[in-house]
Design a binder for this molecule. Sequence first.
Ligand code: PAF
Length: 286
Amino acid sequence: MTENMIARPVILETVAGARSALSGRNDVVLVPTMGALHAGHVALVERALELGQSVVVSIFVNPLQFGPTEDLDVYPRHLDEDIDKLHALGVPFVFAPSVEEMYPSGTVQTKISAGSVGGMYEGRSRPGLFDGALTVVAKLLNIMHPSTVVFGQKDAQQVFLVRRMIGDLNIPVAVEVVDTVRDENGLALSSRNSFLDGRELHAARALSQALEAASSSADGGIDAVLAAAQGALMGEPLVQLDYLKVVNPDTFLPSDDGARGPAVVLIAARVGNTRLIDNERIVLAG
Ligand code: PAF
């Protein structure tokens, strides 16, 4: 089928409109995004389309998850282009509310707490990030009642916290996680990559190279993993490491020295003015 023959997505801008368009459907699959869609989002949408007919992609740059000095004002917004991409993919519904529609009373008084893990790693560097992200995800789930919600493994800590919220609050939705999509140099795709200039793009490869080095050293245990990753970052002065951690995938707490079995290596770094994150699942031996 050509793009001309696929119906354009129905654009839902209000909570009431979304509820009414989706009511009675039991195959709603939600892909929450902040827009500026790239091939990583496309992979989420393609998986969603395999899982159900009534795919809704939400596009909402959620102010609640940005700190006062963060990039909310300059965060890339390309709604028309995003809708064209979703049209080409055959997505039937786009939920693109305004800030006033999502937060009609302005200051939000009721928020989800992401708990202590929400204050670690990304949450330590970006206070309030996960309370804000979980709050908007809970609102989206309450508005659209999807049977499945799709997230990317790139935001591993967010996936952990969303799963825990869904369990703790008994929200009836399945979580589907799609692998990270990378460019030809291994860089994990992110809407923020558009902020990188040529030198920074080149330097940013060091994050995935560090994760590859970590993964290749997993047989040697945590110390070997950390040393290998740090070694891969050393030759790249444009990359300022924020954190490099090995965590237990079940608790997201730092893995104990001498831990064996599945673990996740988390990395975050600033490349120029842009903050990037990535992660890799490994199996520790040693
Ligand atoms: O991962 C994101 O893009 C955001 O945190 C999300 C889940 C869309 C909530 O605003």
